[in-house]
Design a protein around this ligand. Sequence first.
Ligand code: NI
Length: 136
Amino acid sequence: MKITVSRKAHFNAAHRLYRKDWTMEKNQEVFGKCNNPNFHGHNYDLTVSVTGEVDQETGYVIDTKVLSDLIKLHIEEAFDHKNLNEDVPEFFDLNPTAEHIAFVIWNKLRKVIALDKELEIKLYETPRNFVTYKGN
Ligand code: NI
């Protein structure tokens, strides 16, 4: 019996969408307001979902306290109140779009969650815009 356990989390972060190898004009054309050189912020909402077999002894797929601690340690501490472009090494050469942030979060958590469990990341950049990544 496979069950999905989900945990919600939150962080605030600033970013700027642009490519160093493009001119300001091209960046402006593609990224518009998101290319503001002085950065802008988002309240990111994150849902991390772990799917796996229910352990017969504990009745858990994953202990939500363990999952919550992993998200705090590896995601919130790394991203919360940070400038993603300038403070977070993963984005020094990777445009911090919601797509790429979800990809980075998935890769960080994949390393610390048992491989017999499936992992899915849902990242809301605004209440209406969100991306989903499950590693494929
Ligand atoms: Ni933005």
